[in-house]
Design a protein around this ligand. Structure first.
Ligand SMILES: [Zn+2]
Length: 379
């Protein structure tokens, strides 16, 4: 559960930024709302000057109040109006940096203590000689993740940018690196940030292979959780710039923590598809609160994540697992509806409820089925 504080902080941060930005977009530049479903061919490139710095990228939002730039390295950067000196259109298309270009940049940033490897969809910074242990598994996970989603009828985009994953040498390096962020929590083992599009973790085994009961396996659970966030933000399931209900984002990542979901070919028992900690937390919550209304609470707001994180992650996992396993078409429809207008009224409680209703029916009805599902799994 070490990941909880950090992921909730990161997503909360991105959620807040997303909300602010979404408001701007809705008011000023409605076309930008659907940017994330558009292929890069429709984008143009600007050169933005801010003081002594020059940034090149596609403006997702550009108005009197602020400019939000999707840079060629896949990072999103936000500028307030007073930070922008000049914006000049330099091309009618937008070309992301190649994996080779990013590799050169990352090697410079992380130095000779690290090796930087390229796979078809990732650029991975990792301890030297650990390609098989740390670079290849990201690629293999990505392929399995896509298969799981497309098998349920979801059409996914190709990742537009090479995804950057960083595996630091050890805990000390991780703490040092991550504490550059002011609100970093030292209890985490990894995180993904939608704005940087980077996933960061560290090698907890100190370079050794350990058994599944060792701390390194726990770290792998975090890695898979965060890798799910990263993959989902890069194939069009979650937009990188707009918020989505947190039960959906955390529930999806929680589901893939289970070996039977993230690697079904090698983990075929039904029990392998259960995330045990999350199931326990969901069952406990349903016991404590036997009155219906929990699903509607999660659908309308993310508030429970701040009040009781373990329960929030638990019920988010349970809702996701139930809807994904039992109603895959509705689940795909839900994603489609959300992404038709990712800035959707800044995701007010009513807007969130409407999309849920249109996809799955009423939260009350879903909760009836969900409670039986959780009870039968928890037996
Ligand atoms: Zn998460």
């Amino acid at each position: 559960m070490v990941r909880i504080k950090q992921t909730s902080f990161i997503l909360a941060t991105s959620y807040v930024i997303g909300l602010i930005a979404a408001t701007v977009v809705v008011g000023a530049e409605p076309k930008a709302a659907a940017y994330h479903t558009h292929p890069s061919a429709k984008r143009y490139t600007v050169k933005l000057t801010s003081g002594d710095n020059v940034y090149v990228g596609h403006p997702i939002v550009h108005n009197k109040r602020e400019t939000v730039l999707m840079r060629r390295n896949g990072r999103i950067k936000l500028f307030k109006a007073n930070e922008v000196d000049r914006v000049e259109r330099v091309s009618s298309s937008f070309k992301p940096k190649t994996a080779r270009q990013l590799r050169v940049e990352l090697q410079k940033e992380f130095g000779s203590k690290y090796e930087v490897s390229i796979t078809p969809h990732y650029v991975v910074v990792h301890p030297p000689g650990a390609y098989k242990k740390w670079a290849l598994p990201f690629e293999q996970f990505y392929i399995r993740f896509r298969q799981s989603m497309t098998a349920r009828g979801m059409s996914l985009q190709q990742a537009e940018f090479p995804m950057v994953s960083i595996v630091l040498l050890n805990r000390d390096e991780y703490n040092r690196f991550a504490s550059k962020y002011t609100s970093f929590s030292f209890s985490t083992a990894g995180y993904y940030r939608p704005f940087s599009n980077r996933m960061i973790t560290y090698d907890a085994s100190g370079g050794n292979n350990r058994s599944q009961t060792s701390p390194s396996f726990q770290t792998m659970t975090t890695v898979i959780h965060e890798a799910t966030h990263q993959a989902a933000h890069n194939v069009g399931i979650h937009p990188r710039f707009f918020p989505q209900p947190k039960w959906f984002k955390e529930g999806l990542a929680g589901m893939f923590e289970a070996p039977g979901v993230n690697n079904p070919a090698e983990n075929r028992r039904p029990a392998d598809r259960i995330s045990k900690d999350n199931l326990r937390a969901a069952a406990r919550l349903f016991e404590q609160v036997d009155k219906p209304g929990l699903v509607e609470l999660m659908v309308r707001s993310d508030g429970l994540f701040d009040k009781d994180a373990a329960s929030a992650y638990g019920i988010s996992w349970a809702m996701s697992s139930y809807l994904f396993e039992k109603f895959p078409r509705n689940y795909v429809r839900y994603i489609k509806l959300m992404n038709m207008d990712p800035a959707n009224s800044s995701w007010t409680p009513d807007a969130r409820l409407k999309v849920f209703n249109d996809s799955f029916g009423s939260p009350a009805r879903v909760e009836g089925g969900l409670r039986s599902y959780v009870a039968s799994l928890a037996k």
